[in-house]
Design a protein around this ligand. Sequence first.
Ligand code: ZN
Length: 307
Amino acid sequence: MNMNDMEKHHLYIISAFILICVFSSCRHSNTINESAIAVSILPQKYFVEQIAGNDFDIQVLIEPGASHEMYDPTPAQLARMASTLIWFKNGFLGFEIQYEDKFRELNPKLKVVDLSKGVQYIVENYGEESHETESSIEEHRGVDPHYWLSVSGARIIAQNIYEELIRDHPDNHEEYNKNLQNFQQRLDSLEAYIHQRLDSVSQHSFMIFHPSLTYLARDFNIQQIAIEERGNSPSTRRMKEIVELARSKGITMILYQSQFDSGNAATIAKEIGGTAVPFDPMAYDWYQNMIKLTDLLYQGLNPSNKK
Ligand SMILES: [Zn+2]
């Protein structure tokens, strides 16, 4: 064999190898990074860290400041998905339903863990005049996805994360179990704190632009009134209704999500002589965020007793 033939020979072997790869399983032989985890939203990163500390490299799919109702993963996020060990998903976010097949195609070994498993779901309710065939309802499969903003939801999320992580890393069983117990104790304290603040409020209703506190409201017996209409900005008619409703119920607090809906919230607050208060359902430090939220609700539901 002269040099030229040898090169041809090599080329042949390489080509054959590529062909075998293309027509067999090579494209599915992605390498998994055992410490790579993906989560859909930032508070889920916080929950994973309560159980596993800094043991994992966690990619958050919905970037800070983006809407959890409308989102598309970036090309870099899709690329990283190919080597990710676990994706902890909310289960009811529109983008998850839209992209799950794509993620599985990029990474057939991906473990997809639905953190809502075991949650007592609340079916979305858009009021009497709603039409149940709206596409925004279908995106959520009819279930309100905001269960992470409640203590009962957090308990289940933490348990689900723990069970998955010890399955993948059984050596860490003892440590993760201790962390889980600690976190559950902190949740007990948080729950007691919320009861202490919200059990004896002088009125029970508050308004919120995007209804992200449905589970919290259920668990602590307060009433959430959504301003947006099926995920859309309220019409002029709806704005009038909301203002009248707020006046009749003596509501003075309007919560809104800082990056998105300050305009309408401010308008309504001005009309009723109340206050528009920003609240971020996607904050990283979930625990502190829940304390802050509780204090905001305490003030807003005791309007004569402001501190
Ligand atoms: Zn939402």
